[in-house]
Design a protein around this ligand. Structure first.
Ligand SMILES: [Zn+2]
Ligand SMILES: [Zn+2]
Length: 347
């Protein structure tokens, strides 16, 4: 790509790189939306999905029932306490009255008052009995309340145990669901990476290279960036392992290419001058000359020195003389810069 020397071609290539990035960004946006929507394919689990429903229903029903009973008993107990207080007060005031009456009677010692004594004593006994009855009502409500409280505690304990068991199952269920969703995403992004690898290996120099590179960037971004927020705890392993594999593959490819290049270069340097010129494209030769390196072997040469006509490293001819006007000119130029005559055919 750096071989392009024509100004318009350079700008076109720049534009095509922009096309590649824009293409990649739209693909990334699309991929992100798809990946983001993936969890919706799975049902969102709650504790209710795992709890033993009939038993939980029973426990919940029992709690509700005992709560109702407890509330009722509480109300009745309050009423009973009030009744008991009233009965006690009645009984106490009647006793006071009776005691006063008894004191008076003791002083007067009137025998005709004996039936009244009996009646008053009976009345007092009745009040005492009513007090006792009110107390037993209080006790009965207290018993009901205690029973209800204990039954409720039992039901609560049972429900807690059920919920605990369900929570454990929910954790397991969520873990396996997390794994499944992660695998969905992996099956979506990993093949993309595979396609990108194939495109990189086979198509990166094709006519449609901007789309190829756009797709490669998209695949890399989707796998190494977009997948990250959805990775479960062990997802890092997958990412790093894939990263290592890709680095090794690309690194190996680079080493193989370097060796191939060196081998090719070595072979080329052993070929005759004319053959080597045929191998070199015009633009490549000019680009290398602009970098002040020999177009044949890419080693640095002092092109400003007019005494140097041949590369001191590989022997390729760098400057020759025009066939028409004998002016010293670049051996790679197609036309003489002095007279405009066409150079001897080199390619
Ligand atoms: Zn050279
Ligand atoms: Zn000339």
């Amino acid at each position: 790509m750096s071989k392009a020397l024509r100004l318009s071609e350079k700008w076109f290539r720049f534009g095509l790189w922009i096309v590649a990035f824009v293409f990649a960004s739209f693909l990334i946006g699309l991929g992100g939306t798809i990946v983001e929507n993936l969890p919706k394919v799975e049902h969102h689990y709650t504790q209710e999905d795992f709890i033993d429903q009939p038993q939980a229903e029973q426990a919940r029903g029992a709690i509700k029932q005992t709560q109702k009973t407890r509330q009722e008993a509480q109300d009745k107990l309050e009423q009973a306490r009030l009744g008991h207080n009233a009965a006690r007060a009645n009984s106490a005031s009647a006793r006071d009255t009776f005691n006063n009456w008894l004191a008076t009677r003791h002083v007067t010692q009137r025998a005709e008052q004996d039936p009244e004594l009996i009646a008053r004593t009976q009345q007092l006994d009745a009040l005492k009995a009513a007090e006792r009855k009110a107390l037993s009502e209080v006790e009965a409500q207290q018993q009901i309340l205690l029973d209800a409280q204990q039954a409720e505690a039992r039901a609560q304990r049972q429900l807690r145990e059920l919920e605990q068991a369900a929570a454990e199952q929910l954790a397991t269920g969520q873990r396996s669901q997390e794994l499944r969703v992660f695998l969905y995403r992996l099956t979506l992004t990993l093949p993309l990476l595979g396609i990108a690898g194939w495109l990189f290996a086979k198509k990166r120099k094709s006519t449609y290279w901007p789309f190829v590179w756009g797709f490669i960037y998209f695949a890399l971004f989707a796998f190494f960036v977009e997948l990250v927020p959805y990775l479960p705890s062990y997802g890092g392993y997958v990412r790093y392992v894939v990263g290592i594999v890709i680095t090794v593959l690309v690194g190996r490819q680079a080493i193989v290419s370097l060796n191939r290049y060196l081998e090719k270069q070595k072979q080329a340097e052993s070929l005759p001058d004319v053959e080597r010129r045929k191998e070199l494209s015009y633009d490549t030769a000019l680009a290398r000359l602009a970098k002040k390196v020999c177009p044949g072997c890419e080693r640095p040469v002092d092109l400003a020195n007019t005494a140097i006509d041949y590369c001191p490293h590989c022997g390729i001819c760098l400057f020759d003389h025009c066939g028409q006007c004998n002016e010293r000119k670049s051996a790679f130029a197609r036309f003489c810069h002095a007279c405009g005559a066409a150079a001897r055919a080199i390619s």
